[in-house]
Design a protein. Sequence first.
Length: 254
Amino acid sequence: MNYKEKALEAVVYFNNYWKLNKLNTPSIIPNIITSRQDVAQIQTFLTSQHFNAGKIDGLWGEQTDSAYNMFIEKKKTGKIINFRTDTTNNVPYLKTPYPKYKDIESFYGKLEDINKNIVTVTLPYKHILAWNTRQTVTKTSCHKKISDVYTTILEETLLTYGLDEIHKLGLDLFGGGFISPPRKMRNGSEVSTHSYGIAFDYNPENNQLHWGRDKAVFATPEYADWMDIWSKHGTINIGETKNYDWQHFQFSTF
Ligand SMILES: [Zn+2]
């Protein structure tokens, strides 16, 4: 089906959908010619539902098509599909050499002894504290078992993006690593992986805890290389596996 046919299908679909759900048809979009109004109204509606339909221009293109497909899939299955079709959600999860949460202490040591296993690493590029952007970070602490691979991940990020792009994309916005004393997970009773020195948060403002892949920037194609660098080294991103907390990378599974 080409885009023209897809747009026609979508117009029929949404006219029904709005009627069935007793929703008002989105109002006429100013500055858009009449023949493009139907698509512009669909774009407005999809955007209001947090599906990024791109520019509201009344033209059916790749972005609108992808937003429409995601919307339909969500209605059918209740799930939001990953538009990064080059990767399968759970591949990094299956490939990881790192332990499940229940085995975390046999792999990384007991929580009460954790300070013995914590080392300082020099970051390959300067980080900025996400919650106080006037403060730069050149060193951080983490578990000695993952310190080398963590440094490698950042070195590869530097090689892949370069400093300017890193800054532009907010890959230097540090949300935190090792946390002591131990902290409970924000949504549960287990101790956070941050307390073991095996988790790192990046760009938290644009990847907020409750945001899914419809909002988190790490779910967008611009960050595909960044996400791949982490997963290639066996880390788990909570967003990629559970679709929340996209800021969070950890060296353990669930
Ligand atoms: Zn975290």
